[in-house]
Design a binder for this molecule. Structure first.
Ligand SMILES: [Mn+2]
Length: 257
């Protein structure tokens, strides 16, 4: 269903501010993070909001939106999308978000990679996981779970079975200690090829949990931070919005957005 996804957006001349966030990893086990995200979605002054993947810690199918925590997040997205256009790109944890969820919330699904043009400039948007080619076991897993036949088979199982499977995979992952402490980074050659194909020199991505802006030989990337406001140590808490205006890019606190 490629037509379900937007891939080359051009925002109108009345746009003043565009927000980018990713890797919120929404989960009922992180209530302060969920509260901050919900408040941000309700209040941001941006004229367009881009959610670049892993907004949810796990998404086992659009029918999961009726569960209490997911229903609350779904309502927050629907309220935001009624006020401001919201685009959502898949991450490696919430790639099962589908057209049913988009229709229920009014958000638009975004291809990966995609491009958006505003303020006379085009930028490439990606979650970033596909570019981390050095993470070989993950890329094998990715090929499997992004296969439409695999997804159809998975989604045909009852919701409770899918929730149990997700919990089992999570437990196995933690037992193997492969919850990455340091994530693989994006492959430079592939990143440059994507930029050339989409006709830009600037990309925005998440996934690596290594926020920062890097200007390299001929290309620039803005890496989004993950959000975690549930750490006991205040200095370990983090949450940030990348805001794009005619003046350029800036990083702001969610409650200042
Ligand atoms: Mn990710």
């Amino acid at each position: 269903m490629p037509s379900t996804f937007d891939s080359a957006l051009e925002l109108g001349g009345d746009i003043r501010a565009v927000d980018f966030i990713s890797d919120i990893h929404l989960s009922e086990t992180m209530p302060a993070t969920a509260d901050a995200w919900e408040a941000y979605m309700a209040r941001t002054r941006a004229d367009a909001v881009f959610l670049l993947g892993d907004i949810f810690e796990v998404w086992v199918g659009d029918d999961a939106r009726t569960r209490p925590f997911e229903a609350r997040c779904t309502a927050a997205l629907a309220a935001a999308a009624a006020r401001v256009p919201v685009w959502l790109q898949h991450g490696n944890r919430d790639f099962l978000i589908g057209p049913e969820f988009a229709a229920a919330t009014g958000i638009r699904l975004l291809a990966d990679p995609a491009s958006v043009t505003a303020f006379g400039k085009t930028v490439l948007l990606t979650h970033g996981d596909e570019l981390c080619v050095d993470d070989v076991p993950y890329q094998v897993f990715r090929q499997q779970v992004r296969n439409p036949a695999y997804q159809q088979q998975l989604l045909s199982q009852p919701l409770e079975a899918r929730l149990a499977l997700a919990a089992k995979m999570r437990a196995a992952s933690m037992a193997r200690h492969d919850e990455p402490v340091t994530y693989a980074d994006v492959d430079e050659t592939m990143a440059k090829a994507w930029l050339a194909r989409l006709g830009t020199d600037t990309m925005i991505h998440g996934h690596t949990h290594r926020p920062g802006t890097q200007v390299r030989d001929g290309w620039t990337r803005h890496v989004l931070t993950d959000w975690d406001l549930d750490r006991p140590q205040p200095e370990a808490r983090r949450a940030q919005v990348l805001r794009w205006t005619a003046a350029g890019f800036e990083r702001i606190a969610p409650d200042q957005a």
